[in-house]
Ligand binder design. Structure first.
Ligand code: KG4
Ligand code: ZN
Length: 389
């Protein structure tokens, strides 16, 4: 996979992602099994997908759910770094400035025009409301002006669907560990668009824990990639951090105790005038998080009887998580699927992949679609509130 990067005058990084890694499948895009064809023409379905739920403005053109014709990401991360986290007002304003350019670039790189697009898809939740509204407004405007069907996509369902892009043979049912900045969910993907949540976090999301611990040990924002890099130089056994087990919900996660344990070590060292080895703390913290995530996911596969496991979300790009998950899957006879790192973090290609299966199910949204900042995962009822199903 090739990433063309260009830093713009305002510090925003414009990226064009080209080509697809082999992944675990590698076969050419084919019409996946299941779902009746309601594309009218009975042929290819070309989707323009838009994502703006946090600090990435993204647009992509995706054919038949798995073939990415273009994938444009405009990342504001550098702008938010000085504040130590995403500033919602700045994010919304940048989305407004960047969205048309991203859409134009996505169409041009795919070699298509708006007339060639069959469906307009957009993330409508969860996320920052002001940020979501920019993508939702753009998608509604294009849908109205071009008279094309509109589909709202759940951001996390998008993350899960990123697995379909490089793994052409992956089909439900499978278990998916979704770990992002706002979510830590263990789900059974029963069918396209059908999810059963079997575990979730009781407090912080995994990515949130990475971000908070990174800030505490002085690595700054964005925490995940910085801890990932620092941990490579550290000793994962330097500290033993707690791994929470929740007795009445064995697949749930809790990361706040782990975060407090790291803070305690930092305070203790300060009081004793000792200098902590940043890399050792990063590596030991990362090990504690990764062992819990992998342990829960493997246990779920075995107990629920699934032999396919996928990972999704920003934290799924973590090197230690990918390595340990791969090792444990191999040891337990489970087939492991993971998107390339650039498809784990926010992008619009994953939204196009998820939208395709919604489209095949006949889901259509009206122009009164709104951004829903706290949209729940897996609740198909929400579609009746947001539009016709
Ligand atoms: O999925 P994502 O891009 O946005 C959300 O939907 O939240 O995930 C962002 C989160 C952040 O918390 C970030 O620190 C974390 O994913 N992250 C990582 C890595 N890359 C991003 N966490 C651990 N290791 C990484 N390499
Ligand atoms: Zn995300």
């Amino acid at each position: 996979m090739k990433i063309d990067k260009n830093v713009e005058n305002d510090g925003v990084i414009f990226m064009s992602i080209k080509g697809e890694d082999k992944g675990d499948g590698g076969a050419p895009a084919k019409e996946p099994a299941g779902g009746s064809d309601c594309s009218g023409s009975g042929g290819d379905v070309t989707i323009l997908a838009i994502e703006s739920s946090c600090d990435e403005t993204a647009a992509a053109v995706v054919r038949n759910g798995r073939e990415v014709l273009s994938n444009i990401i405009s990342s504001q991360i550098a702008l938010h770094t000085v504040y130590g986290g995403v500033v919602p007002e700045i994010a919304s304003r940048k989305h407004v400035e960047k969205i048309n350019g991203c859409i134009r670039a996505a169409l041009s790189e795919a070699g298509v025009t708006l007339e060639d697009i069959d469906v307009v898809a957009v993330t409508y939740g969860p996320g920052l409301v002001g940020a979501l509204l920019v993508g939702v407004s753009a998608a509604k405007a294009i849908s109205f002006a071009q008279n094309k069907p509109l589909i709202g996509v759940h951001h996390i369902e998008g993350h899960i669907s990123a697995n379909f892009i490089e793994n052409k043979d992956l089909e439900p049912p499978f278990v998916c560990l979704v770990v992002s900045g706002g979510h830590s969910h263990l789900v059974v993907v029963k069918d396209y668009g059908e999810y059963e949540i079997i575990g979730q976090t009781r407090d912080d999301a995994a990515g949130e824990a990475f971000d908070k611990v990174a800030r505490a040990i002085g690595l700054g924002y964005p925490g995940g990639p910085k801890i990932d890099a620092a941990a490579k130089e550290g000793n994962p056994d330097a500290f033993t951090f707690p791994q929470a087990k929740i007795s009445d919900a064995e697949y749930d996660f809790s990361f706040s105790g782990l975060k407090s344990a790291v803070l305690n070590i930092i305070n203790q060292a300060k009081m004793q005038g000792e200098e902590l080895n940043q890399a050792d703390v990063a590596a030991s913290f990362q090990k504690a998080v990764v062992e819990v995530l992998v342990g829960h996911a493997i246990k779920a596969c075995k107990e629920y009887g699934y032999d396919k496991l996928a990972i999704a979300g920003g934290v799924a790009s973590n090197t230690a998580l990918r390595t340990l998950m791969e090792k444990e899957c191999t040891a337990n006879g489970i087939k492991f699927f993971r998107p390339s790192p650039v498809l784990c973090t926010d992008n619009a290609a994953m939204i196009g992949a998820a939208a395709y299966y919604e489209y095949k199910k006949g889901v259509r949204f009206d122009l009164d679609m709104n951004a829903v900042p706290n949209l729940p995962l897996g609740d198909r009822e929400r579609r009746f509130h947001a539009g016709k199903a």
